[in-house]
Ligand binder design. Structure first.
Ligand code: F6R
Length: 241
């Protein structure tokens, strides 16, 4: 595992964008996209490189980490709409090759199996961007998640619902359930990049990087992976030994 500490968010975004750019320029590739605030600066930097330097995503396809259960795909707060608005609509990545778990599927268990299969049939994820929750989740694998879990439904903790309330009109509007890639699914990506900025992430980052490998901090599962980059600003790194 490499831990890259940068003085500020802009430099974190730039480091992560460099890695994604290398993968994208190497030819056809599969990107694993996280939503939430952490990767947004990276997406903006990639969009800038597309606009100004001709970085093309035409050979790429992408899989999202997760989706709310029961939220229509075209609703603003769905993760599919989020990734379109924050990234896909600003580059030449065909929306048709950006897949997300279908949180509206009538058979959610079958959808979870289908999604894992689609990732595998797509050749697997080359580079997976990850944020981290204040409770140590990655994807929406909340504390207690099985370390080998596959894509499935998870119930969000009240902490995570409160953290995500800023994206909704009212705290009660945050769904209770998500369809998320499992920890075992995430570990199959070839390269994991965990992005964290700000002091509110410092405890979770320290637990993920230096704590025991434990389901109590699901992000600690990255210690098992052979190719991980943790890219953080000084505030998020402040509790590392
Ligand atoms: C989002 C996701 C979550 C977020 C995490 C951090 O697709 O999988 O694990 O990355 O909740 O969210 P932010 O970045 O908003 O602090």
């Amino acid at each position: 595992m490499e831990v890259v500490i940068r003085p500020d968010v802009a430099e974190v975004d730039s480091v992560v964008a460099d890695v994604v750019e290398r993968v994208v320029r190497s030819g056809s590739c599969v990107l694993g996209l996280a939503t939430g605030s952490s990767p947004v600066g990276t997406y903006r930097e990639l969009a800038r490189r597309h606009r100004e330097n001709g970085l093309s995503f035409s050979g790429a396809r992408a899989f999202l980490l997760d989706e709310y259960v029961g939220l229509p795909k075209d609703q603003e707060q769905s993760y599919f709409s989020f990734i379109r608005a924050e990234f896909v609509d600003h580059v030449d990545l065909d929306p048709a090759v950006v897949e997300s778990p279908n949180g509206e599927a009538s058979d959610i268990a079958a959808e979870a199996i289908r999604y894992d299969r689609a990732i595998a049939e797509g050749g697997g994820v080359d580079v997976q961007l990850l944020g981290i929750g204040t409770d140590g989740h990655i994807g929406f694998n909340e504390p207690g998640s099985s370390l080998r879990s596959r894509t499935r439904v998870k119930t969000l903790t009240e902490q995570t619902r409160a953290d995500n309330a800023r994206f909704f009109d009212a705290p009660d509007a945050v769904p209770h359930h998500v369809l998320t890639q499992g920890l075992g699914t995430i570990l199959e990506a070839k390269h994991l990049i965990l992005i964290a900025t700000g002091e509110s992430k410092a405890d979770a980052v320290a637990a993920a990087v230096e704590g025991p490998l434990s389901a109590f901090c699901p992000a600690s599962v990255i210690q098992w992976h052979q190719h991980v980059s943790v890219v953080v600003d000084e505030a998020a790194a402040s509790k590392l030994a």
